[in-house]
Each structure stands twice: as structure tokens, then as C-alpha cells.
Design a protein around this ligand. Structure first.
Ligand SMILES: Cc1ncc(COP(=O)(O)O)c(C=O)c1O
Length: 384
């Protein structure tokens, strides 16, 4: 498969997913083995021990690199393990500029674990280039950001921030989980690495955790492979296979997520009980023009303001088609409460600094019949 020539959906189905040479099986085999027999000392078939490498994992790493436009990728046991691997490439004394509104688990890792190892972090609004510029120090090695952010859906001009970071000798890492490579490919704008929680849209079926780092340079890939071997937070062959299966339908799923996402956002924006909707596809989103430039769709992640914790709870306990649960990106519509779920670790002060209120609700619109999702939201909002 010539990854450069084929279209996105073709690569999703075929790159790294070539038929098994031994049997012709069209589905990549799962290799549930911990070790590999060697012919003699130093002579093997390229595989020695499963923490170091596994054929199912190799196939997934090839596939995901192709979708994001990287040279290769490395997969890990979860999105957080992937982020931890990236920061493990740094040294004590290094500084990271991070987006001020990230998935709550990311600043929790940075502030409660990694600061103990001598890394320092500055949090800035990455939608404001001046703030990013002012945050650089002599020892800044990484700029870590999400665009759109979780859950406030703020965008970052990926090309401008990449140019700025390169001038300061820093690498840009984008957590592209919300968009998936189908709608946004940060490497095309200058990002040095892209990470995903594959738990979300890439897997797409809410049945396995995983994470990936897509690399643009061989030295990144080598360091990350070394970290897989040393630290061992690798993805199991079965979980790799689940993602290989999931990405086969990524293009069609994302199209449907996007179609339904737009309808739900429009519905919410007109609802009298909803005070504000955060969705880059709405013309009133402050960065709608940027969204049109750097994303080819708006996806299905929407946040909205219900006014209070009590209103949010009344609504969330009344939903029937939507499932009240953490996570996102599955075929089923998941609805959640950032203040007590994904962003609880930030604390009240941390949340209020960036504008995550107790009345904020986040929805990951699934691919059920959109009329059923709208009817469910309608009856749930009537409870407020
Ligand atoms: C944007 C984003 N990045 C990273 C993560 C962490 O991924 P995981 O739960 O697979 O560790 C999440 C989890 O919700 C997320 O939403």
C-alpha cells in the first residue's frame, strides 16, 4: 500500500492491515505470546520478547502513523501512558509550556507526579499567541496542547504556535484525541509529535484503553521504543487488534459523528434553557474561521452551560438514549459533567480560573439516529 497515494479511508483499512502472509487472513492476526523461539544465540525472526515488540502492535503502529502523516508511531497502554512516555523523554530541569485547559488527567500527571522529578510546567491559554510567546524560557523543550480543548472547545492556531515554538527551539506536541486524524492532522501544520487517547474515536467502540504517539523524527521513535522496552507500558496485542478493527470504520464514523454533532449543537444553541454552547462549528464560536482553516470537520464534542450543578444533575439523571459516563468518541452518545468527572482533579479554583463551571455539561454525540438523540436531550432539558 503506497501510503502517499491512497486516500484516508483506504489507508485506514489497508495500511498495516495487509492480509496475513501465512494464511491470507484479511484480519490482522493477534499474537498473544510473551516470547519468541530463537534458532541460535543472536538469530531470530526479528522478535525476541513481547514487551519489546509484537507483530500485531507493529501493524497498528504502521497504520496510525499513516493516518496522522507521521513517519512511525508507538502505542501505549492508555492515553496517559502515551503522555507520560513523551514527558519521560525530557530531563530534570526542562520546562514545558502547556495549554491551560487540557484533559484533567494531564495536569494531574504534570503537577502531582512529574514536578517531583524536576520538570516544570507553565500553563497558558494557547489560543493567545502573545501568552504562548511570553511563557517560553531558555529551558523550554515542549509545548503541549489540545485543539480543541477539553471541554471548552478553544482552538489553537497550530501553524502559528508551531512556528513560534520552533523559533524558541521547542517541539510542539498536540493531543489530537477530540478531532481524530480524519478531521485534523497537526503534523501538516508543524507539530513534532501527535498523541491520542485511542480509547476514544480511533477505537470508537468504548471497549479498550490505549494511547499512541505519532512521530516525525526517527530519534523520537527510537526513544519511545526504548521507553516501551524500559518502562513497559505497552498495549496488549488484543487491544491493538481492537483499534485496528475500529479504525477500519473511522472515516464513516467521523462523517456521521460530524453530521449529528452539527445538528445537536444547532439544537442546543436555540434551546431556551441552554445559556451557552461551545462548539467550533457554530458561526458564533470565536474561532470559527480558524476551525474552517485547520479542521476539515467539527466533530461531535460539544459542551454547554445549564446554569448550575442542580440543573446539570436534573438533566443528566433524566437522559435515556445518552449514557451518563466519562469518556468520549464511542458509537454511543456519552454525556458527562466535567466539574465532577474529567476535571475534578483541577479543584474548584483551577476550574474557575479557566471557566469550567458546575453547570457545564459535555456531550460526545454518537452515531445513533440523531432524532433519537435530539428527542432525548429535549426531554432531559425539560427537567431543568
Ligand atoms: C483529550 C484526552 N487526552 C488524553 C486522555 C487520557 O486517555 P486515557 O483515558 O486513554 O488514558 C483523555 C481521556 O479522557 C482525553 O480526553
Amino acid at each position: 500500500m503506497n501510503a502517499k497515494q491512497a486516500g484516508f479511508a483506504t489507508r485506514a483499512i489497508h495500511t498495516g492491515q495487509e492480509p496475513d502472509p501465512l494464511t491470507g487472513a484479511v484480519s490482522v492476526p493477534i499474537y498473544p505470546t510473551s516470547t519468541y523461539v530463537q534458532e541460535e544465540i543472536g538469530k531470530n525472526k526479528g522478535y525476541e520478547y513481547a514487551r519489546v515488540s509484537n507483530p500485531t502492535r507493529d501493524r497498528l503502529e504502521t497504520n496510525l502513523a499513516s493516518l496522522e502523516g507521521g513517519i512511525t508511531s508507538r502505542v501505549f497502554a492508555s492515553g496517559m501512558a502515551a503522555i507520560n512516555a513523551i514527558t519521560s523523554m525530557l530531563k530534570a530541569g526542562d520546562h514545558v509550556v502547556a495549554g491551560h485547559n487540557l484533559y484533567g488527567g494531564t495536569p494531574r500527571l504534570f503537577n502531582q507526579v512529574l514536578v517531583n522529578f524536576g520538570l516544570t510546567f507553565s500553563y497558558v491559554d494557547t489560543s493567545d499567541l502573545n501568552k504562548v510567546e511570553n511563557a517560553f524560557r531558555q529551558n523550554t523543550r515542549l509545548v503541549f496542547l489540545e485543539s480543541p480543548t477539553n471541554p471548552l472547545m478553544e482552538l489553537c492556531d497550530l501553524r502559528a504556535v508551531s512556528d513560534l515554538s520552533h523559533r524558541h527551539g521547542a517541539e510542539v506536541v498536540v493531543d489530537n484525541t477530540f478531532m481524530s486524524p480524519y478531521f485534523q492532522r497537526p503534523i501538516e501544520f508543524g507539530a513534532g509529535m501527535v498523541i491520542h487517547s485511542t480509547t476514544k474515536f480511533l477505537n470508537g467502540h468504548s471497549d479498550g484503553l490505549g494511547g499512541v504517539v505519532v512521530c516525525t523524527k526517527p530519534e523520537q521513535a527510537d526513544k519511545l521504543a526504548f521507553l516501551q522496552k524500559c518502562a513497559g507500558a505497552i498495549l496488549s496485542p488484543f487491544e491493538c487488534w481492537l483499534i485496528l478493527r475500529g479504525v477500519k470504520t473511522l472515516a464513516v464514523r467521523m462523517e456521521q459523528h460530524d453530521r449529528s454533532g452539527r445538528k445537536v449543537a444547532e439544537y442546543l444553541s436555540k434551546h431556551k434553557r441552554v445559556q451557552k454552547v461551545f462548539y467550533p462549528g457554530l458561526p458564533e464560536h470565536p474561532q470559527h474561521e480558524l476551525a474552517k482553516r485547520q479542521m476539515s470537520g467539527y466533530g461531535s464534542m460539544i459542551s454547554f452551560e445549564t446554569g448550575s450543578l442542580a440543573n446539570a444533575n436534573k438533566m443528566l439523571r433524566t437522559v435515556r438514549v445518552c449514557s451518563l459516563a466519562e469518556s468520549l468518541g464511542g458509537v454511543e452518545t456519552l454525556i458527562s459533567h466535567p466539574a465532577t468527572m474529567t476535571h475534578a482533579a483541577l479543584g474548584e479554583e483551577g476550574r474557575s480560573k479557566i471557566g469550567i463551571t458546575d453547570g457545564l455539561v459535555r456531550i460526545s454525540v454518537g452515531i445513533e439516529d440523531v432524532d433519537d438523540i435530539l428527542a432525548d436531550l429535549d426531554q432531559a432539558l425539560a427537567a431543568i
